[in-house]
Ligand binder design. Structure first.
Ligand code: TRP
Length: 336
């Protein structure tokens, strides 16, 4: 059995929030330090175009996400950390795979179907209104991201599981036609990674406008934590940990012992105002060293650029020769 290769992408829209941190960044940073595992992490900046993002925002988001991962201690000597657009072979592979992808398969992609459903609900006559070809066929770009590095394991949220299954379908069809060239990946769904609720109690998401940015400054962080929704129980009344966003968020950061201590204080009737203060201090202390490093990197983007170029160089050592092999397999060959 050959070694597993893990690969995951982060679309460069928005700025990282604490839900991204506990759900994705933290487990990836931990995995990046494990020398027995091969990890690829990349900034999916071409994916950001599918949503017609503002050009300045795409650039800013790329910088913020890269700086955040680096500030949190990503081991870029062990893991390969790169920007998708620095690997032109991914784009070449996208076209080759597009030629092997059934249109009917793309009709069934969740991302596309969700956009159509939103149009229908909105009473639009044209179900494809505002839908770009990039959004329609973005599982193919995702396939190129994954297949380019022969990834066997792809950690993603449940919403991306179907897309990874489509990658398998595409790779299988390719191999059937051209021989055994591509490696079939499997999605890894992190059921035990924490999903945080946002300020209003719904899942934390930038599209709900309920997120706490990971590197908000102290003042803003305090202000946002004070806004987290609670019930109307008075100080001194015992409180339930079940369904308490304050509790769940504390638990996602604290040790088991500290969490048990907070459970006790809930039973004793800790006031919501006090719990908010406890949570603010805990997160602030936890984040502070990384926030200082993040600010240093944001002030000197050349350091971040260097890191990404280092990753791209390593990634292309794999992608360039493999793309030659793939091109040759499909009949794009030197003539003499
Ligand atoms: N589409 C993924 C998301 O929105 C991001 C992504 C792009 C990705 N390419 C990938 C994830 C390849 C895993 C593997 O979350």
């Amino acid at each position: 059995m050959s070694q597993d290769i893990y690969l995951t992408g982060i679309t460069t829209t928005g700025t990282p929030h604490i839900g991204n941190y506990v759900g994705a960044i933290r487990p990836c940073v931990t995995a990046s330090k494990d020398s027995s595992v091969r990890n690829f992490y990349f900034l999916a900046d071409y994916h950001a175009l599918a949503k017609n993002e503002d050009p300045d925002k795409v650039g800013q988001s790329t910088l913020e996400i890269a700086a955040a991962w680096l500030a949190l201690g990503l081991d870029t000597d062990n893991a390969t950390f790169y920007r998708q657009s620095d690997i032109p072979e991914i784009m070449e592979l996208t076209w080759v795979l597009t030629s092997m992808t059934a249109k009917g398969l793309m009709n069934r992609a969740h991302s596309y179907k969700a956009a159509v459903a939103a149009n229908e609900e909105g009473g639009n006559k044209d179900p494809d209104k505002g839908i770009t070809m990039a959004l329609y066929s973005y599982p193919i770009l995702m396939a190129a991201d994954i297949l380019m590095f022969k990834a066997t394991k792809v950690p993603v949220g449940r919403d991306q599981q179907q897309h990874v299954e489509m990658v398998r379908d595409i790779a299988q069809r390719f191999n059937h036609h051209y021989g055994d060239v591509l490696v079939l990946p499997k999605a890894v769904i992190g059921d035990n990674t924490a999903v945080l609720a946002g300020l209003d109690g719904r899942k934390m998401s930038k599209s709900y406008n309920n997120a706490i940015p990971l590197f908000a400054d102290e003042k803003r962080l305090r202000k946002l934590i004070m806004k987290i929704k609670t019930n109307s129980l008075e100080p001194g009344e015992p409180k339930d940990i079940e369904g308490s966003t304050l509790y769940d968020t504390y638990k996602a950061f604290a040790t088991e012992e500290e969490t048990l201590e907070i459970e006790k204080r809930y039973r004793e009737g800790i006031a919501w105002g006090e719990m908010k203060q406890v949570l603010f201090e805990y997160i602030n202390d936890h984040i502070k060293p990384a926030r200082d490093e993040y600010e240093r990197l944001m002030a000197d983007p050349a350091i971040v650029e260097q890191e990404l170029l280092k990753g791209a160089k390593r990634a292309r050592e794999i992608a360039v020769p493999y793309m030659d092999e793939i091109r040759s397999a499909v009949g794009i060959r030197k003539l003499g």
